[in-house]
Design a protein around this ligand. Structure first.
Ligand code: SAM
Length: 227
């Protein structure tokens, strides 16, 4: 087909779409706002799919009026925490981490795993503008969840990397979530700790009605919505 014919066809299709829908229709992937896009560019984040999926979940939580706070388990330097605050600025945000790297209290952690020590609770709190909505729970999870047994959570982001902590977090948060709440679990389709998070999720959901979805992001996040 000649180029000029193709061009005319393209114009005709757009005119038809405008008549049909009253505006231009484009397919965006991923479909998030320009605000999210510029936020990601400014922070240099490379895991576009993961962040965009979380932004969409936040949007849906707001649109559907799913009640509850936001929790991030495994915070490190607060990269994702800042994004969660950006997406849901008026929700309480609970941040769980030792802020000293993996804990010796967890026998599963390999002795020489010294990652994630280069942070502090103070620097993360500062990064989030010392917001009164931000609650830092410093120490070993699940000990740090004490006192939150009657709270409600609409979005829970699990990124502890290891089996025990992920299992404990699923057990703790699941009953505190209303229908429609989102749980994201990082590192499920990744070799991190020999598939520890994937195992924790599979065991936990074995007798639950929810099914996981696999996200095509950089580190194999899985997620589900509470039924
Ligand atoms: C992969 S990092 C989190 C990265 C962060 N979510 C991000 O997007 O940049 C994992 C974190 O989990 C924390 N962690 C692992 N097990 C924990 C436990 N039982 N209690 C508290 N923190 C834990 C470690 O200290 C580490 O900072």
């Amino acid at each position: 087909m000649r180029k000029s014919t193709l061009f005319l066809k393209h114009i005709a299709l757009n005119v038809w779409r405008r008549i049909q829908y009253g505006r231009d229709v484009y397919m965006h992937f991923p479909t998030y706002s320009q605000q999210t896009d510029s936020f990601l560019r400014s922070t240099g984040c490379h895991d576009y799919v993961r962040y965009a999926s979380i932004a969409l979940a936040a949007k849906r939580i707001q649109a559907e009026g799913v009640d509850g706070a936001v929790a991030e388990c495994g915070v490190w330097r607060g990269d994702l925490s800042e994004f969660l605050q950006h997406c849901l600025p008026e929700r309480e945000l609970y941040l769980f981490d030792t802020f000293e790297g993996f804990s010796h209290q967890n026998p599963e952690v390999r002795n020489n795993d010294a990652r994630f020590r280069d942070t502090s609770a103070e620097s993360v709190h500062r990064r989030l503008g010392n917001s009164p909505f931000c609650h830092i729970r410093k120490g070993f999870f699940p000990d740090t969840a004490q006192g939150l047994e009657s709270a409600t959570f609409s979005l829970v982001m699990l990124d502890f990397d290891i089996y025990e902590a992920t299992r404990d977090a699923l057990n703790f948060f699941y009953p505190l979530m209303p229908r429609g709440g989102y749980v994201f679990i990082h590192d499920c389709n990744s070799p991190e700790y020999d598939g520890a998070c994937r195992k924790a999720v599979a065991e936990f959901l074995y007798d639950k009605p929810e099914l996981v979805l696999d996200m095509p992001d950089l580190w194999g996040t899985m997620y589900f919505r509470k039924l």
